[in-house]
Design a protein around this ligand. Structure first.
Ligand code: KG4
Length: 338
């Protein structure tokens, strides 16, 4: 029997809707919000207002582009959290209303599960998908986590950041270099022209599989401060080298814990996800690491690295198949859980 799911994602600043039928992606529509650019970060109140404006046309477009009608849907999956509460509320309320109106089940999805399960979205029936168990490295603007994935609905965070996320390390360092927000993609571009060994920044020494990026940020700031005292053009003259060295340090920190977790768990497959998994250095480093250690690597298409509803729809499909439905009094949640 065929299963068709509408996924709705509204956890941060992208309004997205997607249709998945039996694991195959039929449509994935994303409306990004440009209102935040001038503020150098996402403004929650503006985000939720923009979601309200976008959600009806985005869901409508996803259904149309999939070549189906609302009546073909078996369930509606939505991101319940973590994320910005006002933004989540828009997607949650819309999904509830549509589920009630169509009399089809409602399925809640944890945004982080969505990132992990995005590797099961197929564009073609014979697209490769990961085997269980695998390790997922989730790296975004809000999270940095190592997740042991035993099954579609059985996963455990075995390590996470104790302070900043990997994306924040990129963005905050980029900001002090005078780069626009979000700085990650700018660092990525500049790093291709720089020497990754030009500067050395602090790496954390914390036990287990947890991450920390605040020490790196501080040592980056100190390097700029000390050098600017003697050379006011220091940043301008060293942009590419600073970017390359910063990126290399972030990659080393990520790979160090990934390696520990691989050895501890004995998994044979690695999957990465989240905004920072768009970084060309991170993608190459993970692919190389897996090649050297005989592991299988799943590096997402760039379209699936940022927030998207395709991953919510696929996670929703697996919950729908497990008959895990959501009550209508479910409220969104802001903080990380698994
Ligand atoms: O997953 P995501 O879209 O949403 C949040 O969790 O916020 O991740 C956004 C993060 C930002 O920190 C952004 O700078 C980072 O992903 N990012 C990158 C690249 N593209 C996006 N970081 C490094 N290199 C990139 N190419």
């Amino acid at each position: 029997m065929s299963v068709t799911i509408l996924g709705i994602e509204s956890s941060c600043d992208d309004t997205s809707a997607a249709i998945i039928r039996d694991g195959l992606l039929l449509s994935n529509v994303i409306a990004s919000q440009s209102v935040h650019e001038e503020y150098g970060g996402v403004v929650p109140e503006l985000a939720s207002r923009a979601h309200q404006q976008n959600i009806v046309p985005v869901v409508d477009a996803a259904i149309r582009r999939a070549g189906i009608t609302r009546r073909d849907l078996d369930a509606i999956a939505f991101t319940r959290g973590p994320g910005l509460l006002g933004s989540l509320l828009v997607g949650t309320s819309f999904a509830k209303g549509m589920s009630l109106g169509l009399r089809i089940p409602l399925v809640e999805v944890n945004h982080l599960h969505g990132h992990v399960l995005s590797h099961f979205v197929r564009r073609q029936p014979d697209d490769r998908v990961p085997d269980f168990p695998f390790l997922a490295l989730l790296i975004s603007g809000g999270n940095s986590q190592l997740v042991l994935v035993r099954d579609y609905n059985d996963m455990e965070i075995i390590g996470q950041t104790i302070d900043d996320a990997a994306g924040e390390a990129f963005d905050k360092c980029a900001k002090v270099m005078g780069l626009p927000y979000p700085g990650g993609p700018h660092i990525d571009r500049l790093a291709t022209e720089g020497n990754p060994a030009a500067f050395r920044f602090a790496k954390p020494h914390i036990p287990g599989f947890d991450y920390s990026f605040s020490g790196l940020k501080t040592s980056f700031l100190y390097t700029l401060r000390d050098n600017l005292k003697v050379n006011p053009d220091f940043i301008e003259e060293n942009r590419a080298d600073l970017a390359a060295s910063l990126q290399k340090t972030i990659i080393d920190i990520l790979l160090d814990k990934l390696d520990k977790a691989v050895k501890h768990t004995g998994v044979k497959t690695i999957a990465i996800g989240g905004g920072v998994s768009a970084n060309s250095g991170v993608r190459a480093a993970v692919a190389d690491y897996c090649g050297e250690h005989g592991l299988e690597a799943f590096i997402p298409e760039r379209a699936f690295t940022t927030d998207n509803a395709a991953m919510i729809a696929i996670a929703g499909q697996f919950k729908y198949m497990a008959r895990e439905f959501c009550p209508y009094d479910a409220a969104p949640y802001a903080r990380v859980t698994m």
